[in-house]
Design a protein. Structure first.
Ligand SMILES: C[S@@+](CC[C@H](N)C(=O)[O-])C[C@H]1O[C@@H](n2cnc3c(N)ncnc32)[C@H](O)[C@@H]1O
Length: 209
């Protein structure tokens, strides 16, 4: 795992197989807050699906200033979860991160505000089938890029996720590619622009109608 410092002082990882960083180098933790957590709006007690947990920035950013969240996170690489143990975290998320940095030991941790993160280790494309229907209020959709992992961005996967969400629930993702948005719309989502952070084009928010 090659750690790379991003411009907000937080670290990302460069994945040699994917040939990609896990986050934008303009700011990994800023991305978690701006493209996912703040873009969707989180309320206490929500059920959240973190589709590709990685270093857990999206899930842990959601826990900041919230309570009673139940987050189910999908991830297939135990090594990236191990990396959390010793990674340096900027002050903005350090207290919250410390609750969860050893999550690789049990894959299920609850912090002092009763926010629970439960990781289901394995292929997200299969694990998704095991989750309850009409259950999630928010989804952080954060796989590697459509170029590297087109199978993650198919209409079929968006449809499966859609079925797991409650009516009015929202999904965030960093891509705004036309064919991705088309797949989202075919799956039933209303698609709107998300924030523009660290790149020229907007992120995408999908709302279950
Ligand atoms: C862009 S990174 C996610 C970054 C993460 N959301 C964070 O806040 O650190 C993509 C993640 O997807 C994981 N991944 C790739 N293919 C997967 C699959 N088929 N099932 C589950 N996770 C997968 C990778 O191991 C990697 O951690």
């Amino acid at each position: 795992m090659k750690l790379v410092k991003t411009r907000d002082g937080s670290f990302t990882v460069y994945n040699e197989n994917a040939g990609e960083h896990y986050h934008t180098i303009s700011g990994a933790i800023e991305e978690a807050f701006e493209k996912h957590v703040n873009a969707l709006g989180i309320e206490d007690g929500m059920y959240i699906l973190d589709f590709c947990f990685g270093l857990g920035y999206n899930s842990i950013a959601a826990c900041k200033d919230h309570s009673n969240l139940h987050i189910i996170a999908l991830e297939n690489d135990i090594e990236i979860i191990k990396t959390m143990k010793n990674i340096e975290i900027p002050e903005i998320l350090s207290v919250e991160f410390d609750f969860f940095r050893n999550i690789v030991d049990s894959l299920d941790v609850t912090d002092s505000h009763n926010n629970r993160i439960q990781i289901l280790l394995g292929d997200a494309l299969q694990k998704i089938d095991k989750l309850p229907s009409m259950y999630f209020d928010r989804v952080f959709f954060d796989p590697f890029s459509p170029k590297k992992q087109p199978e993650m961005w198919s209409e079929d996967i968006f449809q499966k996720i859609y079925n797991k969400m409650k009516k009015g629930a929202k999904l965030s993702t960093y891509s705004c590619a036309k064919w991705i948005r088309k797949n989202m719309v075919s799956a039933g989502f209303k698609v709107i622009d998300g924030p523009i952070i660290g790149r020229k084009s907007p992120a995408t928010i999908g709302v279950k109608k």
